[in-house]
Design a protein around this ligand. Sequence first.
Ligand code: ADP
Length: 196
Amino acid sequence: MGRKLTCCVPWRATLSKGIIEVGATSGERIGVYPGTFDPITLGHADIIRRGAKLVDRLIIGVTTNISKNPMFSPDERIAMVRREVAAMGLTNVEVVGFNALLMKFAEKQGASMILRGLRAVADFEYEYQMAGMNQQLNARIETVFLMADVSLQPIASKLVKEIALFGGDITRFVSPAVRADVVDRVHANGRLGDED
Ligand code: ADP
């Protein structure tokens, strides 16, 4: 199954122009955690919590240029992630929208690492390829993979939306605030399946 993450969408064009040189570095260790977050789940939140301990500053990059029809607009996704981060009490985490090549975004933020979550074998091939190509674009930015708590590993935004669209209970997969947002959106757009 093809993954939708857009952090590398323009990579081919950029690759053909050659290797991207690294940008500014500061004394701080800065990490970028990119994703779609449509919507942010408890799996994402766990990766954020773990990642925030590894760096001085964690920048969550919310992609705004996804090709699929997202349930939430870029501004809504950014606001949701900000609200979740605030609720988690993490003070070294920022949330930024981006519509660019991931390595350029990371470079601009002064990051030395990209954080990614690994769920199962299904994630591995895509992540392996992306990390390998990103390494060639900028050898000074490392991709670091984290695993969420075992109970949170199966969670995927796509499945959360599917369950909600058919009237299923998503309480175990997202925060109460995100659940309310998803349920509202499903009601606004119309539920699928039997009304039981
Ligand atoms: P999704 O694939 O759920 O739509 P994103 O594109 O927003 O999510 O994913 C952003 C990053 O978070 C990716 O590295 C993805 O593998 C990771 N991630 C998402 N859900 C989980 C989870 N339950 N456990 C670990 N990592 C996750």
